[in-house]
Design a protein. Structure first.
Ligand SMILES: Cc1ncc(COP(=O)(O)O)c(C=O)c1O
Lengths: 428, 257
């Protein structure tokens, strides 16, 4: 395939394994074995059975009538939020835990930002009875508390990381250091299509089930397996590549990746790697990277812990360079508005990460009636505190929004407000 | 002859090499530290290029790196500060850091600039050997810069032989499977590994590092290797920045005597 990884672990100019010698034997071992394991009948049988009976796949492809009407398109939502543990992350951890078992590893480590990957990892470790240590930036421990509590209940040790910005990048650094210090018994379950080869390719393969299902489901529902456009958010890029993968060769399917723009590019408080990054090396792979002229990695910012990362998977750097995927950005504010819109028009509370993909609805000029798929990468339970604060903030503002939100927070007090809602006057 | 090769020609035992992070504890100390180390008869120096995300380093060097960056250190400023270092200093000097800073500087520009300063070698633990061979070996050789590669207890014999072939100065023998840091004792497993490597009769000299922290660990390692590199323990000893020169003198004395 044109966009697949090549024999030396590169996607065009990006990828590779830029790792200290201390990690070489483990990464080499993985590289030499991952395809053999994945292609074995026993792995396939177990993997597919778990995706079906444990994760709950296939995840539904849901036609969103109200948003379709609003934007004059045919909008389908790929419901990864309905997976066990609430996001796409479990597709990858199921795959990797089976790999770890085949490699005879007894101790599992992982990094996490939003906590979704941490929960998905702790979950599969509980199921296999393996030791699980999750590295999480201290900032994220605070802003994604429900997930921390879940990981702990699942039996994982959550290590708050205090270095750097105390977010996803720093958690990843610490996980890598742990792997250096425990090379023989440990497998590192990376949570996105980042890291040294073969991780980006391995995680891509496990997430590709998303687009495999979209093809079938769209065919069933519309008679054609190809939509006009697919939209997904990108942090490292695993849900996006999962949703794009089986469409990469169909060049007439438009693929749009949405990066987190924080407070906006011009403020510098952003996590939009493609927009302001340059080629560099992060976490063992050559990719686009937010960095200074001196080659120091810049601390990103996004309200969404899962997108708050200064790099991006090397396959996305390649898809950007070859113009196969269009990269756009959504700010904190645009994402919050979009989250509220989906919640109140479809009754689905999305993860803050996913909200960035939804924000694209307002940013893209669609052809009237075109078929659009948005990947709903996760659900918003973990983000309730952020949403609550946001709702409280807009409640203070005298505006049309306030009327609606007033109704939301005090349901019985304003029958008029309820009318406003029913008539669809509210425009987030 | 490159100063590294000259050193190993003249001396095969108890080679004492010191690592420190440029820009730590303060800006403007890099040159002073180098000169003072030479005055105290250190054999070789690794000058650390600070990096925001030092993956192979433990807490002490991480913090020194962070402090150096907060102090405003960059690779360009580092090279400017040591521009005239060869007016005084004769011992081999290496730069050690992570590949991204060198990659952003431009590998050829880097080799050319450090050559003109009189830097002898470079240690970039996350520069893959394959990439070095395919893209950078010609450049390093053109400027006579010696690249130093690492081996660890987990490195296969086949790969050690390959690294031995590729190396032109010395092999950096990482003492145990760990990030950098302070250790008071070398464990049994490390000793078995040192013996195994010694018996391989490699063509390159062996300098051990990571966890070499005091006289005891330095003397122990010198039974198996040609010398040792002390990093974290030295960085820690000078971290307050007070009485810098006498701290350096005192620290080196504790290793030597
Ligand atoms: C729900 C959800 N979506 C998206 C992401 C971003 O990761 P990726 O870009 O790898 O899909 C995360 C990461 O934590 C997440 O939890």
């Amino acid at each position: 395939m044109k966009y697949s990884v090549n024999k030396t672990g590169y996607y065009g100019n990006f990828g590779g394994a830029y790792i200290p010698e201390l990690l070489y034997p483990n990464v080499k071992n993985l590289e030499e074995n991952y395809m053999k394991i994945i292609n074995s009948a026993s792995f396939q049988k177990e993997f597919l059975a778990l995706l079906k009976d444990y994760v709950g796949r296939p995840s539904p492809l849901y036609y969103s009538k109200r948003l379709s009407d609003k934007y004059h398109i045919n909008l389908y939502l790929k419901r990864e939020d309905l997976n066990h543990t609430g996001s796409h992350k479990i597709n990858n951890t199921i795959g990797q835990i089976l790999i770890a078992k085949h490699l005879g590893k007894k101790r599992i480590i992982a990094e996490t930002g939003a906590g979704q990957h941490g929960v998905a990892t702790a979950t599969v470790c509980a199921r296999e009875g393996l030791d699980c240590i999750i590295f999480m930036g201290e900032t994220d421990v605070l802003r994604q508390k429900p997930n921390v509590e879940k990981m702990q209940m699942l039996g994982a040790t959550v290590v708050p990381v205090k270095s750097g910005n105390k977010t996803l990048k720093d958690a990843t650094n610490e996980a890598i250091r742990d792997w250096i210090n425990h090379p023989s018994e440990t497998h590192y379950i990376i949570g996105s299509v980042v890291g040294p080869h073969p991780y980006p390719d391995m995680v891509t393969q496990f997430q590709s089930v998303i687009s495999e299902e979209i093809k079938k489901q769209l065919e069933e529902q519309t008679g054609s397996e190809n939509p006009d456009t697919i939209i997904a958010c990108v942090g490292g890029g695993s849900n996006a590549i999962g949703a794009f993968y089986h469409y990469l060769e169909d060049e007439n399917v438009k693929l749009i990746a949405v990066e987190a723009d924080g407070l906006g590019l011009e403020t510098g408080e952003t996590a939009a790697t493609i927009a302001i990054g340059k080629p560099g090396i992060i976490h063992g792979s050559k990719t686009m990277l937010m960095q200074t002229d001196d080659g120091q990695i810049v601390e990103p910012y996004s309200i969404s812990a899962g997108l708050d990362y200064p790099g991006i998977g090397p396959i996305h750097a390649h898809l950007f360079e070859t113009d196969r995927v269009e990269f756009i950005r959504a700010t904190d504010d645009e994402a919050l508005k979009a989250a509220l819109e989906l919640t109140q028009m479809e009754g689905i509370i999305p993860a803050l990460e996913t909200a960035h993909a939804l924000a694209a609805l307002k940013k893209i000029k669609f052809k009237k009636g075109e078929t659009v798929v948005i990947n709903i990468s996760g659900r918003g339970d973990k983000d309730m505190e952020t949403y609550r604060n946001y709702l409280a903030k807009i409640n203070e503002k005298p505006s049309e929004e306030r009327l609606f939100i007033g109704m939301y927070s005090v349901p019985t007090s304003n029958i008029h407000g309820a009318d406003t809602n029913v008539n669809g006057l509210f425009v987030p | 002859m490159n100063r590294i090769n000259q050193l190993f020609k003249d001396k095969q035992n108890s080679i004492l090499s010191i690592y420190f992070t440029a820009g730590h504890p303060e800006m403007g100390t890099t040159k002073l530290i180098i000169e003072e180390l030479e005055k105290n008869e250190v054999d070789m120096i690794e000058i650390g290029i600070p990096f925001s995300d030092p993956l192979a380093d433990g807490p002490v060097i991480q913090q020194s790196s962070q402090k150096a960056l907060e102090n405003g250190m960059t690779l360009k400023k580092l090279l400017a500060e040591i521009k005239d270092i060869r007016h005084k200093v004769k011992i081999p000097l290496l730069l050690m850091g992570y590949f991204n800073t060198v990659f952003q500087y431009g590998v050829e520009a880097f080799c050319s600039d450090i050559k003109s300063i009189g830097i002898d070698g470079v240690i970039l633990p996350d520069m893959p050997i394959k990439v070095y061979e395919a893209k950078y070996q010609k450049i390093f050789e053109k400027y006579g810069i010696i690249p130093v590669f690492l081996i660890t207890p987990e490195t296969s014999e086949e790969r050690i032989r390959k690294i031995d072939k590729l190396s032109k100065g010395f092999i950096y023998m990482v003492s145990s499977s760990s990030t950098t840091g302070i250790k008071n004792k070398l464990d049994e497993k490390s000793i078995v590994y040192f013996k195994r490597i010694k018996e391989m009769n490699l063509k390159n000299q062996l300098i051990a590092g990571f966890g070499i922290s005091n006289k005891e660990t330095f003397d122990e390692i010198c039974k198996y290797a040609n010398g040792g590199i002390i990093g974290s323990a030295f960085v820690k000893a000078i971290e307050t920045g007070e009485n810098l020169l006498s701290q350096i003198k005192r620290f080196i004395a504790t290793i030597k005597y």
